[in-house]
Design a protein around this ligand. Structure first.
Ligand SMILES: NC(=O)C1=CN([C@@H]2O[C@H](COP(=O)(O)OP(=O)(O)OC[C@H]3O[C@@H](n4cnc5c(N)ncnc54)[C@H](O)[C@@H]3O)[C@@H](O)[C@H]2O)C=CC1
Ligand SMILES: C[C@@H](CO)CCC[C@@H](C)[C@H]1CC[C@H]2[C@@H]3[C@H](O)CC4=CC(=O)CC[C@]4(C)[C@H]3CC[C@]12C
Length: 369
């Protein structure tokens, strides 16, 4: 993978390539990776926009498949040089069972590792999450931490548990011999809360605000800070890691990197207002309108309702005890490890990331713009 100016020869596979982050990775790979000959997009649900990408110079192969099915993963990966494994079940709202979350996130990742070994695919980039670290169940703040900051990473929710287990599998697989005898080189990226075009929670908050006459009501103190990172910069980090893994295998193999950029540290709600305010929404209250104990009671009530209604209907509100605890705990990252190890600099400034996200909200269906 050394000579960047050569005839395109490389085959990449992106699992989860039709998801929020996956789509940005796929589109950016086509723009930014000149050595790409074929791009395989593997997803449970294939999106229609893939068709338009097939007209370009790189061969784009859409593969409908399930990461929990080992044979499907191995078949898709045969002959590929690099796999970016971003497929996952992102669920903190109780939509899927803990068993399903484990199966997709942990067994699915094991299947990807096994397929690397079986097919001789040497480079594996895994999309992990900040949730592998925290916030923990005790609600300890993580303030401007980096990859080496000591923190009690204890989880009980199925999603962070699954991401932590999967990340461990990926890191432990570094150095394992793949078919042909070469060592597997693996790396895990830990995005903080991703935002940008296609972000589901921003979409949900926007429609909720429209339903309440253009108002959202503050639930989280403005002093609680959350790390956020623009989806384009997260995609860019994946592409850089995939590109540099061969040359810097000794340095980068088995390493974890937080995904970061210049997005400001703010509370989850205040941060989202950076996009929703210019689209006509207002956040009511300088302080939370309800005391924390009452919000906790409502969150617990939501959890109870979810359980009671489960046989009839899937009730998955934004507010539950886990999301409330997440939103109420400071978790911010300050690091330059990615810059030191593989020369990462954000591709999009904060202003550009903000403008792109605002534009996306303004063009949403039902938008007042
Ligand atoms: N959204 C966020 O703020 C963050 C996300 N992440 C991680 O980034 C990755 C991508 O997340 P998002 O793009 O936000 O989620 P997403 O739900 O938009 O995308 C996930 C993609 O994986 C696919 N997928 C799910 N189960 C599959 C299976 N069994 N087989 C094949 N494909 C399957 C889905 O169809 C979807 O296209 C996930 O691994 C997630 O854990 C990490 C940190 C933050
Ligand atoms: C109490 C509500 C009142 O407005 C606000 C609820 C906000 C929550 C839905 C979000 C707060 C923090 C978010 C999570 C965080 O950004 C980290 C994440 C990392 C991931 O890997 C996946 C997504 C998420 C869990 C993200 C999900 C939404 C929040 C819990």
């Amino acid at each position: 993978m050394a000579d960047y100016a050569q005839v395109p020869t490389l085959v990449y596979l992106v699992t989860g390539g039709c998801g929020f982050l996956g789509e940005h990775i796929v589109r950016m790979l086509l723009e930014q990776e000149p050595r790409l000959r074929e791009l395989r997009v593997f997803d449970l649900h294939l999106s229609s926009w893939l068709e338009e990408l097939k007209a370009g110079p790189v061969q784009v192969t859409a593969i409908q498949g399930d990461v929990t099915q080992a044979h499907e993963v191995a078949a898709a990966m045969s002959g590929s040089h690099v796999v970016i494994h971003t497929a996952g079940l992102v669920d903190v709202f109780g939509k899927a069972s803990p068993k399903t979350i484990h199966k997709v996130n942990v067994q699915g990742t094991q299947n990807v590792i096994d397929a690397c070994v079986q097919t001789g695919t040497q480079y594996l980039v895994y999309t992990s999450s900040m949730e592998v670290v925290g916030p923990n169940i005790k609600g300890h703040p993580f303030y401007r931490g980096n990859e080496d900051t000591p923190y009690e990473a204890v989880h009980s929710h199925p999603y962070p548990c699954s991401k932590a287990l999967a990340e461990k599998l990926v890191l432990e697989a570094n150095g394992r011999k793949v078919n042909g005898g070469l060592p597997l080189v693996t790396c895990a990226l830990r995005p903080t809360g991703i935002y940008g075009e296609g972000h589901q929670v921003i979409r949900d908050m926007y429609y909720q605000g429209l339903r309440f006459g253009g108002r959202l009501f503050r639930a989280i103190p403005a002093s609680v800070e959350h790390g956020r990172v623009y989806v384009g910069n997260v995609a860019w980090m994946h592409i850089l890691v995939a590109r540099e893994l061969e040359q810097r295998a000794a340095l980068m193999g088995g390493q974890v990197y937080f995904c970061y950029d210049k997005s400001p540290y703010k509370s989850y709600e205040d941060f989202n207002m950076e996009f929703l305010s210019p689209c006509g929404l207002r956040l009511i209250g300088a302080h939370p309108l309800l005391p924390y104990w009452l919000l906790m009671l409502l969150a617990a009530l939501n959890a109870l309702l979810q359980w009671l209604l489960r046989p009839l209907v899937l009730y998955t509100p934004l507010l539950n005890p886990y999301t409330l605890a997440m939103a109420n705990t400071t978790f911010t990252v300050s690091t330059n490890k990615a810059q030191r190890h593989f020369g990462y600099k954000p591709l999009f400034s904060w202003e550009e990331s903000r403008t792109r996200t605002i534009h996306w909200v303004q063009t949403m269906e039902g938008s007042a713009w």
